[in-house]
Design a protein around this ligand. Structure first.
Ligand code: FEO
Length: 400
């Protein structure tokens, strides 16, 4: 059975929620599900903007058929070739053999790679600034390379000021009947998942996001239609401000991310004591056990917080595995501009501090706070003052 929503008079959401997906992209847990958005325009010509993941193909095809109500499909506009939006292209195109594919050259090449055959005969290949008139609406195409793949483009409807943004401005979480961001308390209830989506999916490509934001500056925007999550018709400027921060790697708040990896609790104990000392001084701490919390949540808060503290035991002569994986993720996502403190533990040859430092040394504009604090099995009685010094230093920087 179909399930669609009206975006505005001639534009309809024909996507679908997936609440059964365990890991988005095979790695990011989505306990609240995810939506794959697709939009259908009923102008003099009919236009479908993107398809959906194969997991929800049946609902999607029913939605499209219902919204078309017997009309033929004239165009499929492709904004992004990642299979969460493109896996049902072939099915869609076989159902609507008259539909032309509006895409750029990189997308056309990827279609051939994914499908195994050439669809050039059906394609209208566009480039930066090209337009498409569908009757009442006139679209302009904006290339958005690396937001999140190199072929990505956006569409701007000059008639009704609608921006189709591909992955940008999306979020994790199923829509659950909602469509517009103002149908939920977005900045209280959804922002954490939006941040986790941005930082983990697109976070590495801050300069490319900034380049696209620059291209979009000055456009009058009434509606923003991303490929995941909510459509924006109000307060978009506030969300855009978050994107400006995240893409520039500027922290959202002066606070501490404290992540620890502990086998028998002694490293955790030092982390707990430091957290107490920081909170007592009025410094907000966001604390995680790397063996419990998946890395995507911690990466997200690493983008959020100004100061990062990592405490890890030495394991197999290296960094404990869950911390090693986290730090690899943080470095891979190009985080920069942070103040970092390290605590290592080791009963006979503590080396995790040196190796954590090496993993993080490449982060741009990032400095380490003091020397790595070394625990030998557990925090010694005479070491509490070292935690005091660390807490004082961090508090002085944050509360200044
Ligand atoms: Fe939602 Fe980059 O795909």
């Amino acid at each position: 059975m179909y399930c669609t929503r009206k975006v505005q008079k001639d534009l309809f959401w024909v996507g679908a929620d997936d609440r059964r997906l365990v890991c988005f992209e095979g790695v990011y847990g989505v306990p609240d599900g995810v939506s794959y958005n697709s939009y259908l325009l009923l102008d003099e010509k009919t236009v479908l903007f993107d398809t959906v993941d194969k997991a929800v193909y049946a609902t999607f095809l029913e939605n499209v058929a219902h919204a078309l109500d017997g009309r033929k499909l004239d165009y499929l506009v492709v904004h992004h070739m990642e299979p969460d939006h493109a896996a049902t292209q072939e099915l869609l195109l076989s159902r609507y053999p008259e539909a032309k594919i509006v895409c750029n050259a990189k997308e056309l090449a990827m279609m051939k790679q994914f499908l195994g055959y050439d669809v050039s005969e059906r394609a209208i290949v566009v480039k930066e600034g090209d337009g498409l008139s569908t009757g009442r609406h006139s679209f302009r195409f904006v290339m958005a390379p690396m937001v999140h793949w190199p072929e990505v483009m956006m569409s701007y409807d000059e008639t009704d000021k609608i921006l189709f943004t591909a992955d940008a401005f999306g979020t994790f979480g199923a829509l659950n009947g909602r469509l517009f961001a103002d149908e939920t308390d977005f900045f209280t209830r959804e922002l954490d998942e939006a941040r986790r989506y941005y930082t983990n999916i697109v976070g590495k490509y801050g300069p490319q996001v900034q380049a696209v934001l620059k291209k979009l500056a000055g456009l009058e925007i009434a509606l923003v239609c991303p490929l995941h999550g909510f459509v924006w018709r109000s307060r978009f400027e506030e969300y855009l401000e978050k994107y400006r921060l995240w893409s520039s790697y500027a922290p959202e708040e002066k606070s501490v991310l404290l992540a620890y990896a502990s086998v028998y609790g002694h490293t955790e104990n030092a982390a707990n004591i430091l957290a107490c000392k920081l909170q007592e001084k009025g410094v907000h701490v966001r604390m995680y056990d790397t063996s419990v919390t998946p890395a995507s949540y911690i990466v997200s808060d690493a983008f959020r917080c100004s100061h990062l503290v990592f405490a890890a035991t030495t394991y197999n002569a290296g960094v404990f595995v869950t911390m090693e994986s986290l730090l690899h993720d943080i470095a891979a996502h190009n985080l920069q501009g942070r103040r970092i403190a390290l605590i290592e533990n080791g009963s006979w040859a503590p080396t995790s501090g040196k190796q954590m430092k090496e993993m993080l040394a490449g982060l741009k504009n990032t400095e380490f706070i003091g020397e790595t604090l070394t625990l030998k099995s557990a925090l010694a009685n005479d070491q509490e003052t070292q935690l005091d010094v660390l807490a004082d230093t961090i508090a002085a920087e944050i509360l200044a």
